[in-house]
Design a protein around this ligand. Structure first.
Ligand code: FE2
Length: 132
């Protein structure tokens, strides 16, 4: 359902590969949302959020290191957006720990935010990063 589309490739291999993995996590969230045979999805949401968080932190650090290495002039704008994304993932983890919400609703929120952020950020922000 969710995967890298040809227009998401920015032409920098390391970054493209990592974006591909992030779409795989989005797809995992989608599968989990539609899984009718797991009545309690708490642990799986927990594992998925943790994987997504760790991978995102690593990806954004790698991307920033690349931009730094080429003295990219929009690095600051990128860092601000990256930070906001990490903070949102933090929020998802916190509200998940409180267990207040309906699980499917929560997965839906994560999925919507993740895919919207990825698509917009890749197309309009990462797409401008020059290839060395
Ligand atoms: Fe970025």
């Amino acid at each position: 359902m969710f995967e890298m589309k040809p227009e998401y490739y920015i032409g920098i291999k390391m970054i493209d590969e990592q974006h591909k993995q992030l779409f795989k996590y989005a797809d995992e969230a989608y599968e989990l949302l539609n899984d009718e045979f797991t009545p309690d999805k708490y642990d799986r949401v927990d594992i998925l959020l943790e994987k997504l968080y760790d991978y995102t932190v690593k990806h954004l650090a790698d991307e920033e290191a690349y931009m730094e290495s080429i003295h990219y002039n929009k690095l600051f704008t990128q860092k601000v957006q990256h930070q906001a994304f990490i903070e949102k993932l933090d929020e998802f983890m916190e509200s998940h720990n409180k267990e207040e919400e309906n699980q499917d609703e929560q997965i839906m929120k994560i999925l919507t935010y993740l895919t919207e952020w990825l698509v917009n950020h890749i197309l309009y922000v990462d797409g401008q990063i020059p290839q060395e």
